[in-house]
Design a protein around this ligand. Structure first.
Ligand code: SF4
Length: 339
């Protein structure tokens, strides 16, 4: 996979870590490879053309990898009891019930852990008994339910619970798309920090850089995480190794919650406070009105963000410059235009 220099990523953020494409796992059929049971593909051009400018895709088709041919008999998830009642889901042929690939799919997922561990995200094909992330059709005593998860995807997600994972279908939703890409970039920054060795100071710095993002997702959880971080070394005498795992797992859990308009308004108003004595009264009013219109759903988030980026370019502030809130992902992806 070629490593391509990323284009101008953030207006005030050109020397930050993710200067190269970010490694992302993907279901092979989404790239247009004819690996599906019917020799077809499910090419998704948003993924390949748009996200592909920033992500280096590492494709894998579990069904081909376990030796099912192309074309092949379709497989499906079945169980004799609902999973909520203790049912165990198996993956079998739709016609040939003796074709049982349950263990093969689980094993092949375990065998890929050596490259999964280097990924910063994974895009899965929805509804697949192998790759689907959630709500995959599972037949409980021949009755269709949505209680299944693709067996390959399930093992991969269990092995790497913090990894940002999303399905291509859900990427069509502006909020889910923004959320996924933001998580990928944050995850990648964390990986970069680890490459040069983590320290308490670096952890404090990482948290400061992401504090406003966390606040836009969940204010209470963000405050709690900040409080635990500030007490971990000094009051509770925790070891960095153990705490950083706990920290990152909670960090990613907060990011997974979709940021709300109300929380964004709080963060935008907080940022506005930094400009109180720096911008003219009419500019202040314009900013206030813009945030107000965003709060009412009349403007997308990109409008107040663009205004704030402009004011902080003219009146730099070290805390804001250090924060990723105004530049959580590349502007070129236009992820804030529809939320
Ligand atoms: S959904 Fe997964 S298993 Fe099915 S063709 Fe695509 S990559 Fe292969």
């Amino acid at each position: 996979m070629s490593e391509v220099q990323q284009t101008d990523k953030h207006e005030h953020d050109t020397d930050r870590p993710h200067a190269h494409k970010i490694p992302i796992g993907i279901s092979t059929c989404l790239l247009g490879e004819r690996v599906r049971f019917d020799s077809g593909h499910k090419h998704n051009s948003y993924i390949t053309k748009t996200l592909g400018q920033y992500f280096a895709f590492q494709a894998f088709c579990p069904e081909v990898a376990i030796g099912l041919g192309i074309p092949r008999e379709p497989i499906r998830l079945v169980s004799d009891k609902h999973p909520d009642e203790g049912g165990v889901i198996r993956c079998v042929g739709t016609k040939n019930k003796t074709l049982d690939v349950t263990e093969a799919l689980k094993n092949i997922a375990q065998e890929q852990a050596h490259w999964h561990k280097d990924l910063c995200g994974y895009i899965l094909k929805k509804d697949s008994p192998s790759c689907g992330m959630e709500r995959v059709k599972a037949y409980v005593n021949e009755h269709p339910t949505r209680a299944g998860t693709g067996l390959y995807a399930q093992v991969m997600m269990q092995n790497f619970p913090n990894l940002p994972v999303e399905e291509e279908g859900r990427l069509g939703d502006a909020r889910l798309r923004e959320n996924f890409v933001k998580r990928v970039f944050a995850y990648h920054r964390w990986v970069q920090e680890h490459k040069t060795g983590l320290s308490w100071n670096k952890l404090y710095q990482f948290h400061a850089q992401h504090k406003l993002i966390l606040m836009s997702h969940d204010q209470n959880l963000a405050r709690d995480l900040g409080r635990r971080l500030s007490q971990a070394a000094t009051v509770e005498n925790k070891e960095l190794d153990a705490f950083q795992e706990e920290y990152f797992s909670d960090f990613m859990r907060i990011l997974k919650k979709i940021a709300t308009r109300k929380n964004h308004v709080n963060v935008l108003q907080h940022l506005q406070g930094y400009l109180k004595k720096k911008i003219a009264p009419q500019d202040k009013q314009e900013l206030c009105d813009t945030i107000d219109q965003y709060a009412k759903g009349l403007l997308p988030l990109i409008v107040p963000i663009t205004l704030l980026r402009h004011y902080f370019r003219v009146h730099p502030d070290s805390y804001v410059e250090n924060s990723y809130y105004l530049s959580a992902h590349p502007s070129e992806l236009a992820l804030l235009n529809n939320i």
